[in-house]
Design a protein around this ligand. Sequence first.
Ligand code: IDP
Length: 139
Amino acid sequence: MATNRTFTMIKPDAVANGHIGGILNDIIAGGFKLVAMKYIHLTAETAGNFYAVHKERPFYGDLVSFMTSGPIVAAILEKENAVEDFRTLIGATDPKKADEGTIRNKYAESIEANAVHGSDSDENAAIEGNFFFSQFERF
Ligand code: IDP
């Protein structure tokens, strides 16, 4: 996967609160092109594997429960400098600290139910995109 891509999920809180449209709108207005997208309900195993890096953190069990509490939208996005620019668009992990106008500032409920995921490096963007999408589902 090219390094001008990132991976995102619209998390269960934002889906349940009716924010899929608003968030996709912000993503597209931010200059990102959707190159893959799917609407899925994660299993505990899949969510646990996705967040395995956080296994030792105290919030890991809650995070897996939250991420399996309802459907999500997973997507691969393309733009120059995608990883960094998308992290800027979504704002800080804790919505109370997220800049005004960012996706988490507008749509997130809490540090856990924070509306969206965004990859933190080019390497992880590729790993995460490949985790969710086969070669036939991304272009
Ligand atoms: P990021 O999503 O902004 O990169 P990470 O530190 O990688 O933040 O954490 C992954 C996810 O774990 C967050 O998006 C959030 O849903 C959850 N999380 C992070 N820190 C906490 C916490 O202190 N309490 C509960 N959940 C947390």
